[in-house]
Design a protein around this ligand. Structure first.
Ligand code: NAP
Length: 603
């Protein structure tokens, strides 16, 4: 309808151009059309900036609804994209943008804004939201009296600072004079149904005004890199691909304290593609022995029917394939205590800090062992939350492994309260899945952890432990591309003889010159601990030189301690060798982040 009416509406295109455009569009599927639409919108905006002109109407942020997402694992992105599609269904033009791609100078032009954001660590914004968050809380933030907005938070109630970033945005937008059109929702891990209904309510409230100001044809405009239509493959988080496990190989030594597996999975026939930096989502089945024990402790017959999201199935089936049994969370304790009439557990649940400490060390089975009680099969199913797939950073490049995908999986395995414990997904991949069996997977793109487009750019990669995973992908990709840029890897793990992951590959890369430098920190091979940040400091002068030569800096691995300590080491290096104050060094790293030269994939 859009194209045929272009000529009639006296479009700026010649008749021949309209015909050419019509010819092209007729060959594109809806996914390709959505991508081209985003590409043209962004190109037009860039052209406007280059020429110093105002950007064309389609690219100005003030037209229609702007939806910004701050996302660490892709969940907020998916909710933002679904919201945009709902808006489109109502004839509203909606733009979906990664917060890292959003020009903060546009904010004052916005009329209708929805923010969907997760929270990370101890109440901090996710990586791609830091810039906008800082801007809004800075003196530069404009008055936003003309803005109508709504904020949706995604989080995990097991954490103290649940949905803190969403609360920050909500509170700050209000302080700047903007008007909230819908109360903020702070949603837990199983957010989907509530996110859909919240989105529907926001759209219903904004629809009359947005339609009054709408462009002739509603569309979802996605900036390049934002995929409103999902992967080109038919397989997605909602519709995962049953992929064959090719290889499950332990890559830590017999005497290692860690069990790390190199996993190879076939994507053949799926149409799924990925880029270095992306993650693989993995669904898993719970341990049958764990399910049997849980049913025994609660005296529930395994074939008792239960209702789950409108479907009837046996409780044993629900516990094995659909519900979360290894990660515990506050709502389980509250619901289980109420269903089993357990006063002691209810009292524990009423003290939030004590409850967080209690569940942080326990799986669901530990809680039921501690407080055995009777409840119905349906009460048990209702107390448990829906299983969420686990994301693993991909450790391969398709330029090298074609339709395979490789992972580096640290198996969660420990003894506690006199019993062995195994992680849900890592236990499934390492122990319960045989080579040749099927595992349900999907690709989760991560546009905030990407190789530089320019192959001459030097890379500094810091990835202790399983944090090595995406750097194996980066190195394979740079190798396949024949990229001339220098590559420097910092790796660390407890012992050289037991824990040097991918040792032969890395040493071979070093010999061939693909790896320009490799520095390793084997923390427990000497009396005093040595970590990757110690190696960074030792080579501080050269790290600074590489940064000044335009190097891109990447960190992957543990978020709680390592990433913070490495960041401090980088600040110290910039301060010492760049002759800057601590504030200037922090600002230097902030600039690198904004320029996408400093990227993190930390958990
Ligand atoms: P890890 O526990 O991070 O240990 C790796 C090395 O880092 C060890 O030598 C350890 O030394 C050292 N280390 C300890 N504290 C440190 C600090 N403050 N600064 C720098 N180094 C420090 O390795 P891992 O068991 O392989 O786990 C990696 C972490 O990253 C996990 O939290 C994991 O969830 C996450 N991760 C996940 C993925 C994924 O794909 N899902 C990818 C990457 C990372 P000592 O133990 O001797 O003190």
């Amino acid at each position: 309808m859009l194209l045929s009416s272009l000529v009639a509406q006296a479009s700026p295109l010649s008749e021949q151009q309209v015909q050419q455009l019509q010819g092209l569009v007729s060959q594109l599927n809806p996914i390709q059309q959505a991508w081209v639409s985003g590409y043209l919108a962004a190109s037009a905006q860039l052209a406007g900036q280059v020429a110093g002109q105002a950007a064309p109407a389609v690219a100005t942020a003030s037209a229609g609804l702007t939806i910004l997402f701050g996302s660490q694992t892709g969940n907020a992105r998916h909710v933002a994209e679904a919201l945009a599609k709902q808006a489109q269904g109502k004839g509203i033009t909606a733009k979906v943008l990664d917060m890292a791609e959003y020009k903060t100078s546009q904010l004052k032009n916005e009329q209708y804004l929805v923010i969907v954001t997760s929270t990370y660590g101890e109440g901090e914004p996710p990586e791609n939201a830091i810039g906008l968050h800082n801007f809004l809380f800075s003196k530069k933030a404009p008055k936003l009296t003309g803005l109508k907005y709504a904020v949706l938070g995604l989080g995990d109630t097991s954490y103290e600072f649940f949905c803190k970033t969403a609360q920050d945005f909500d509170q700050r937008l209000a302080e700047l004079g903007a008007t909230s059109v819908q109360a903020r929702a702070d949603l837990d891990v199983d957010y989907q149904a509530q996110a859909d209904s919240w989105s529907g309510e926001v759209i219903a409230k904004l629809e009359p005004e947005l339609k009054a100001t709408a462009a002739p044809s509603a569309q979802v405009i996605a900036w390049p890199g934002v995929d409103t239509a999902g992967s080109v493959s038919q397989y997605s988080k909602q519709n995962p691909f049953a992929a064959e496990l090719y290889t499950n190989q332990k890559i830590t030594g017999r005497d290692s304290t860690k069990d790390v597996r190199h996993i190879e999975i076939s994507l053949a026939g799926s149409g799924l593609t990925y880029q270095p930096g992306d993650a693989l989502g993995v669904y898993f089945s719970n341990d049958e022995a764990l399910v049997r024990e849980l049913l025994l402790l609660t005296a529930i017959a395994r074939d008792t029917p239960v209702q789950l999201a409108g479907e009837t199935l046996a409780i044993e089936q629900a516990l094995t394939g659909q519900l979360e049994l290894t990660q515990s969370y506050p709502a389980f304790v509250e619901k289980y205590a109420a269903a089993t009439n357990n006063a002691a557990l209810s009292e524990l649940a009423s003290d939030k800090a004590a409850l967080r400490a209690y569940i942080s060390e326990r799986q669901i089975i530990d809680i039921v062992r501690d407080y055995p009680g009777l409840l119905s099969a349906q009460q048990l199913a209702d107390a448990l939350r829906k299983q969420q797939p686990r994301l693993y950073s991909i450790a391969s490049s398709q330029a090298e492994v074609e339709d395979e995908v490789h992972l580096t999986v640290g198996v969660v395995r420990y003894d506690a309260y006199g019993q062995p414990h195994l992680g849900g997904a890592s236990g499934f991949l390492a122990e319960r899945l045989a080579e040749g069996d099927k595992v349900k997977v999907f690709v989760e793109q991560n546009n905030n952890f990407r190789l530089p487009a320019n192959d001459d750019t030097p890379l500094i990669m810091i990835g202790p432990g399983t944090g090595i995973a995406p750097f194996r992908a980066f190195l394979q990709e740079r190798d396949a591309r024949g990229a001339s840029g220098k590559n420097w890897l910092f790796f660390g793990n407890p012992h050289f003889t037991q824990d040097f992951l991918y040792q032969l590959e890395l040493q071979n890369y070093l010999k061939r010159g693909l790896l320009t430098k490799l520095n390793v920190a084997f923390s427990r091979d000497q009396a005093a601990k040595v970590y990757v940040q110690d190696k960074l400091r030792q080579h501080g002068s050269e790290v600074w030189q590489w940064l000044e030569q335009g190097a891109h800096l990447y960190i992957c691995g543990d978020a709680n301690r390592m990433a913070k300590d490495v960041q401090q080491a980088l600040i110290d290096i910039v301060q010492q060798y760049g002759g800057k104050t601590a504030e200037q060094a922090q600002a230097y790293l902030d600039e690198l982040r904004v320029a996408k030269r400093y990227q993190k994939d930390v958990y």
